[in-house]
Design a protein around this ligand. Sequence first.
Ligand code: KIV
Ligand code: ZN
Length: 395
Amino acid sequence: MTASQTADKDQVFIFDTTLRDGEQSPGASMTLDEKLQIADILDEMGVDIIEAGFPIASNGDFEAVSEIAKQAKTSVIAGLARAIHADIDRCAEAVKHAEKGRIHTFVSTSPIHLQFQMNKTEEQVLDIITDTVTRARNLIGDVEWSAMDATRTPIDYLCRCVEAAIKCGATTINLPDTVGYATPDEYKKMFADIIERVPNSDKAIFSVHCHDDLGLAVANSLAGVAGGARQIECTINGLGERAGNAALEAIVMAIRTRSDALPYASNVDPKFLTRASKLVAGASGFAVQHNKAIVGKNAFAHESGIHQDGMLKNAETYEIMRPEDVGVKATSLVMGKHSGRHAFKDKLKELGYELGDNALQDAFRRFKDLADRKKHVYDEDIEALVEDEISIAGE
Ligand code: KIV
Ligand code: ZN
């Protein structure tokens, strides 16, 4: 896979890890059938790489990666492997069914992980990188290497690790913000420094992988791209360990909507985003918060009178994206106590009522009283109120 440029935009590859890092979210296990359905929509929507699972983790994970590899039409299918021969071999077995398969192997590089998790020295970890990346490259042409906890790794040592991985044939270098600790400026600088300092850095594609512990995962991912990364690892609905991963839908739409500030292109067709979000929410059992960007129930809903009035005149007053572009049928103007006369009149028209000025005034006042008492005012409530109004006027 090589990065390309279209007109004035650099291509960024979207690497979806909903089925691996997303599924690592406690309680988010999915069945094989659900995983196949999710992989199918990711493939159809243009996701470049699908990380389908962690083949050594269980027979179920091995089967899921193998079946997804068989089913995939265009996406690269990746499996995760620790820096252990048995993991790498098992991963190769699973992804071999794919037309385009990838082994994604990782090892920790930060001092705290080396001391407490691995009990290894820096030199020992360097030897492990050389050994395991070489092993993976002997099994497959597409190898991604990740430096776990890269953002808490001293830059000089990280440069040596990346250099070793590239030397042994890694084609993608992923520098994750494993614990969601980085700030956008730091993350951008880390990529820029590594790409500048490491010999032959142009032989690999650099990748961002951000967790959302401080709510910065999407911002950090985009900052990493500004620093030179060209692959973004993310998940549908931001599903993932702890506070989750960077949300794919937000990344794709940020790039599309702000192409002036973010001059990149992705292959993802955003019309699938809403469907993919619902599928993942149903399969994982993790409901999407109402105010979630792009895919939340309220992402294209307006209740305040001022906003509804603006929306009825020109949708661009309060919407920066068109709902149909992400697979939402239409904007919804929710009728509630904050709604104004303009939206109320429009709603009556939609329900087939045209009232004279006095009746409208009266109905609007009664609607406001009702909205003060009720959390949700449904179309049926408004119909009942107007029918009542009409019968009073007819008496
Ligand atoms: O967050 C992380 O560091 C990971 C690696 C396995 C890539 O998920
Ligand atoms: Zn992760």
